[in-house]
Design a protein around this ligand. Structure first.
Ligand code: SF4
Length: 231
């Protein structure tokens, strides 16, 4: 699909699903787009969208980028949710070992060049994962940070449709859903890790801080690059 056509399609989807609830959005999209794919970090709040998707179709493809720098707790949590929700189509993508050997042989690029590190450990594997995909789901919410305050339900991203089915959910909505379905919590949540990415770039959040303030603490960096939303 060409750029103007895709842009019109996204506007039409935003209009059509403006007042729909997340389950119905996912149900409709699952019927209409056979390549609908969820990208999940299996982080602090990932269980909600993973659970919603499993209720619609547990065989929905779920892309998980294992950067090689994740917490062991996250890898264990992935296995727990996979089993509990009956997810049958999780696809794991990793950085290209040749690129890692060339650009980060000591595994310290997160300290010296974090943008490059995110590029070859996250963005590149995600591009590979989404190569033939036209539409994907992200778990971003508006309340998470100022930089996410204006995200739309449907967005254009790298000439694909990106869907944020939880865009307008509040923290309280997330809490209620987790309680209602008794969803397992990420093991690091109890230690106040409210947004969980790679181990070297994630810290606990203090009272009153915004939810993503523990990511790349002390740096200007606020996103890893996979949500740049370039056409
Ligand atoms: S979050 Fe940190 S360790 Fe992970 S890819 Fe980005 S810079 Fe590298």
């Amino acid at each position: 699909m060409k750029y103007p056509e895709l842009k019109d399609k996204i506007s039409a989807l935003n209009e059509r699903f403006r007042n729909a609830d997340s389950f119905n959005i996912l149900h409709s999209l699952s019927n209409e787009f056979p390549d609908l794919t969820l990208v999940s970090s299996f982080g602090a709040e990932a269980a909600v969208l993973l659970h919603l998707v499993s209720r619609v179709d547990p065989n929905t493809p779920v892309v998980f980028i294992d950067t090689g720098k994740l917490f062991k707790e996250t890898l264990d949590y992935k296995n727990t949710l996979q089993k509990e929700f009956g997810l049958t189509n999780i696809k794991i993508f990793e950085p290209d070992p040749e690129i890692i050997n060339k650009h980060d042989p000591l595994g310290i690029a997160h300290m010296t060049q974090p943008d490059s590190c995110c590029f070859f450990r996250k963005t590149k594997p995600l591009s590979r994962a989404l190569q033939n995909i036209t539409i994907w789901l992200s778990g971003r919410k508006r309340y998470q940070s100022l930089s996410r305050a204006n995200i739309q339900l449907f967005e254009l991203s790298d000439m694909r449709i990106k869907v944020n089915p939880l865009a307008d959910w509040t923290i309280e909505d997330i809490r209620k859903y987790r309680t209602k379905y008794n969803l397992p919590a990420h093991p690091l949540l109890k230690d106040n890790f409210l947004s969980i990415g790679c181990m070297p770039c994630t810290t606990a959040v203090k009272d009153g801080e915004d939810q993503r303030s523990g990511r790349w603490r002390g740096q200007d960096k606020i996103e890893c690059g996979i949500h740049s939303n370039a056409p």
